[in-house]
Design a protein. Structure first.
Length: 318
């Protein structure tokens, strides 16, 4: 009996949502929340340990990856999944699933599953070599396209690249990626339930493609990415916070800024956040705010936790 475990984090796209497909850069960071996938390879028939609501789509993704990897033998053993990443809220739940399956399937093909031992071998994205990360990323992006139809590779890249990362789309795959230095600040992040589903939000934004607010959103993403990459002599934290605040007017015009998100933004700023924004498809979902110190981040977090619409809030250094 052989097995392996892959732990893949969730992510936040700090800047670049919606406009990356038009060539704007994105800045992402991994989160503490994670998906844990374990594949135990045995001679027994294949079994997936997962609740029924998502079983069909998960099996489709796994089947696609199996075919893409050129595996002809039937699946054997069992896969168990456990995740703390909220589904469909902009935290990369589907990207993490695709990346974890891509790693596991690639190992099946390579025959590199370790033999059973008392200590289970656990692999995380940061332990992968650059070559292995690219191989997993390529396969994961194939699966992501099954879910979203068109995938830039940035979502799957975000969960596979450790630290703050700038992605620059280009024709074909993969997008360019560059590890950025930490901001030296604290990130307060969480989510409020969406008032409109992600697919509708995307359609609403596309209906305004080419408008001044849409182009402004792309400009903000570019300036933020450039500022974080070329920061000599700049007080980077207030610049990034100000740019984040400027996105709200764009989201409002595009029709994807929900009333609860408007009120949460006001509360975050009153609580001491320097600035922040909604991220993901819109109309709720994931959000983030910057604070200079851990104490300030805790104060913002605690105040946002008291906000009725907030599903959860956490903090991390960034």
């Amino acid at each position: 009996m052989r097995h392996t475990i892959f732990r893949c984090p969730g992510k936040l796209m700090l800047f670049g949502e919606h406009v990356v497909l038009e060539g704007a850069p994105a800045v992402t960071t991994p989160l503490v929340m994670e998906l844990i996938a374990q594949w135990t390879v045995m001679d027994e028939a294949f079994e997936l340990f997962l609740g029924e609501p998502n079983r069909k789509s998960v099996l489709e993704i796994l089947g696609l990856l199996w075919d893409k990897a050129g595996l002809e033998q039937p699946m054997r053993g069992n896969i168990s999944l456990a995740s703390t990443i909220p589904i469909g809220q902009g935290f990369g739940s589907s990207a993490a699933l695709c990346a974890a399956f891509a790693y596991l399937v690639r190992n099946v093909k390579a025959g590199s599953f370790p033999n059973f031992s008392m200590i289970m071998p656990t692999i995380r994205p940061e332990t992968l070599s650059a070559k292995d990360r690219m191989a997993v990323w390529t396969l994961a992006n194939e699966a992501e396209q099954l879910i979203h139809g068109k995938a830039s590779g940035i979502d799957t890249g975000a969960v596979l690249h450790p630290g703050l990362t700038r992605f620059a789309p280009k024709p074909g795959f993969p997008p360019d990626s560059k590890r950025l230095e930490p901001l030296g600040a604290w990130l307060v992040y969480g989510n409020v339930p969406r008032t409109v589903d992600a697919k509708t939000c995307i359609a609403m934004v596309q209906a305004h493609k080419g408008s001044a607010p849409y182009l402004k959103l792309a400009e903000i993403a570019a300036v933020a990415a450039d500022t974080m990459e070329n920061r000599k002599g700049k007080k980077i934290i207030p610049i990034v916070a100000k740019l984040a605040n400027e996105t709200l007017a764009c989201f409002r015009y595009l029709g994807i800024l929900s009333e609860p998100m408007e009120r949460l933004h006001e509360l975050a700023l009153r609580s001491g956040a320097l600035g922040g924004k909604m991220c993901g498809a819109g109309s709720g979902g994931a959000f983030w705010y910057l604070a200079k110190t851990r104490e300030q981040a805790i104060r913002v977090r605690d105040n946002l936790l008291a906000f009725p619409a907030c599903s959860f809030v956490d903090i991390k250094s960034i």
